[in-house]
Design a protein around this ligand. Sequence first.
Ligand SMILES: C[S@@+](CC[C@H](N)C(=O)[O-])C[C@H]1O[C@@H](n2cnc3c(N)ncnc32)[C@H](O)[C@@H]1O
Length: 229
Amino acid sequence: MRNHVIATIFCLGAFAGLAAAQEANVAPTINENFKSASLDAENWATRFTGESREVYNARMDVVKAMGLKPGDRIADIGAGTGLYTRLFAQAVGPTGDVYANDIAPKFLAYIAQNAARDGLKNVETVQGGDRTTNLPDASVDVIFNSDVYHHFEYPMTMNADLRRALKPGGRMYVLEFEKLAGLSSANTMTHVRAPKETVIAEITKAGFTLVEQVKVPGLRENYLLNFRR
Ligand SMILES: C[S@@+](CC[C@H](N)C(=O)[O-])C[C@H]1O[C@@H](n2cnc3c(N)ncnc32)[C@H](O)[C@@H]1O
């Protein structure tokens, strides 16, 4: 009987692992630009810090709303050219750590170069993949992603991986485009895969609890969600 129970548990675990490994790619072309060998980080940095970009204009209020403390260890997932990475580095101070994580090696090299230039010793880059952050288990207090959730090609696999990397009780912030007819641009309506309700449903299904939608001055086309592991 005991052997039967152990075998059943083993099979269920193997099945769950297989299911995660076999999640269909929900957005096969969305990261084409970032996977291109000719990616120009400087050019993307200019685009990511454009005045027409809401998540850029509201960046100080977003960081303030997150209430980071000196000594916090935070992962900036899909860090891009490091718009938020450098702000987090200041917020968590020399006793904290910021892991800038991305699938694009050139973005990570760009972030590392700028961190060295600016003396931000608490910034470390971590090469991620489509299905994993490659962060160690339970290694960070806070996870953040800006304009990234709809870029996950395997969202449920990534959500499980993010949960694995977050310490129990840790927080995850998702800064993402609204997908709302009448509010969102035509480009956002086609580019962004899922509306907020779907994003919340997917993330809570992965074992996170929604704490709140954080009110941030200046966010209208985007929302900031706070989840807890
Ligand atoms: C639109 S950019 C946003 C960059 C940055 N967060 C910002 O707001 O300026 C999306 C980023 O997500 C990254 N990305 C896509 N899928 C990813 C994954 N599975 N893990 C980590 N990064 C990913 C892309 O390479 C790209 O740098």
